[in-house]
Design a protein around this ligand. Structure first.
Ligand SMILES: Cc1ncc(COP(=O)(O)O)c(C=O)c1O
Length: 396
């Protein structure tokens, strides 16, 4: 008898974990693989002030068990209303990062074997959590305008013909992870229409929309939804600090109520919820976001210029915001083969297949410009270019 006999069937499956050892940005190489925040942008002084203010005024609430701090629910719902989403404090749920909601959704919606539609490519953390729930993942391609809604319609029709009603369409419509592309308004409308027609929940993961460097905002899918088929996810990770582990969701009340039932830990961090709410007061958070936009926009442009200079035969779509550039490698270069060679050249990048539910996408790599200092971006891309050239030579 073995301990592993006790694991559920889906945990006994041999599916490799998507995160592995070394899946963190380390100091010894130029780290373009993961979308960590830029530590130089953490609002040190304001954060220390906010902690001191909370502890001076509400130490009992901050350090004990308790219900979710209503001050942060107000901040979260208000940020959604500013985008035209009709969120209330009742249908807004604070959580330990949007990752927690992505993990809880299958508890409410997925029986093993149920189908989830994801973008191809998509956020690898979501693939990991959905897969662990026993769901079958079906990918729909993404192009320069976001998820291909014609392909979505075909997929939905084929699934229906096979007697399958998918439970979720998971989309990152704005500054998508990993491609950086933004779904057009027309496609958002179409996606919503299709979801309603086929009776599928839309999970709109909006982790990056606050970080727009250029162009005009596009309405969230949740703002177009009057029928109650969209849950909208946001996070403080990208606009404040991932380490606070706070995000929020808003959507149909019955779904939010059931997600809340799955959260038994009490208050999602009574101290940090108060600190973030305190920081968000008096426009401090919005001022900080404005600084981040300028900063990340400059880093994005540095990376795009370096790619044109160093890897002219690669192609990419210029992102208008977010953390990532998605690179289509020069013809014949495999991302899986490139990653270890790039590491030898002193740069880490993420291989495209990590972002596809079916493991395809070997002609792509994802480059994060978010974490490393601006001064290292040119050198990081130059090292990647050298790695590509050495791999191409080795293949001759
Ligand atoms: C699209 C997307 N959703 C969710 C997350 C996770 O965010 P959080 O830190 O709130 O769990 C990330 C983080 O990389 C992301 O890229």
């Amino acid at each position: 008898m073995q301990l592993s006999d006790l694991f559920t069937a889906r945990m006994r499956e041999a599916a490799p974990p998507l995160w592995g050892p070394g899946d963190a940005n380390g100091p010894d190489r130029i780290a373009l693989a993961f979308g960590d925040a830029d530590p130089t942008m953490f609002p040190h002084k304001d954060l220390i002030d906010a902690v001191a203010e909370v502890l001076a005024t509400d130490i009992d609430g901050a350090l004990n068990y308790g219900p979710t701090y209503p001050g942060l629910v107000r901040v979260a719902a208000e940020r959604l209303r500013q985008r035209g989403i009709s969120a209330t404090e009742q249908n807004t749920l604070i959580c330990y990062g949007s990752s927690q909601i992505i993990g809880l959704l299958p508890q409410v919606l997925i029986d093993p074997g149920d189908t989830i539609i994801v973008e191809a490519p998509t956020f690898l953390g979501a693939v990991m959590q959905f897969r662990r729930s026993g769901a079958r993942l079906v990918g729909v391609p993404v192009d320069a305008e976001g998820m291909d809604v014609d392909a979505l319609e075909t997929t939905l029709a084929e699934l229906r013909a096979a007697g399958v009603r998918p439970k979720i369409i998971y989309t990152i419509p704005t500054f998508q992870n990993p491609t950086g592309v933004t779904m057009s308004l027309e496609r958002r409308r179409r996606l919503l229409d299709l979801a309603i027609t086929y009776g599928v929940l839309v999970v709109e993961d909006d982790a990056y929309s606050d970080l727009r460097f250029r162009g005009d905002a596009v309405a969230p899918i949740a703002a177009l939804d009057t029928a109650g088929w969209v849950i909208h996810l946001r996070t403080f990770s990208k606009i404040f600090a991932p380490g606070v582990r706070l995000g929020w969701a808003s959507g149909p009340q019955a779904l939010i109520d059931r997600l809340a039932m799955c959260k038994v830990e009490g208050g999602s961090g009574p101290l940090m919820t108060r600190v973030v709410a305190q920081f968000a007061q008096d426009g401090r958070l919005d001022t900080h976001i404005a600084d981040l936009r300028t900063h990340y926009g400059e880093k994005c442009d540095l990376m795009l210029a370096a790619i044109t200079r160093e890897i002219p035969t690669a192609t990419t779509v210029r992102p208008d915001g977010g953390f990532f550039v998605w690179l289509r490698l020069p013809p014949g270069i495999s991302a899986t083969a490139l990653v270890p060679v790039a590491a030898q050249h002193g740069v880490d990048v993420l291989a495209g297949p990590r972002c596809f539910a079916d493991g395809s996408g070997d002609e792509y790599v994802r480059l994060a410009f978010s974490y490393i200092p601006a001064a290292q971006i040119g050198e990081g891309v130059a090292r990647l270019g050298a790695a590509i050239r050495s791999l191409a030579l080795a293949r001759l």
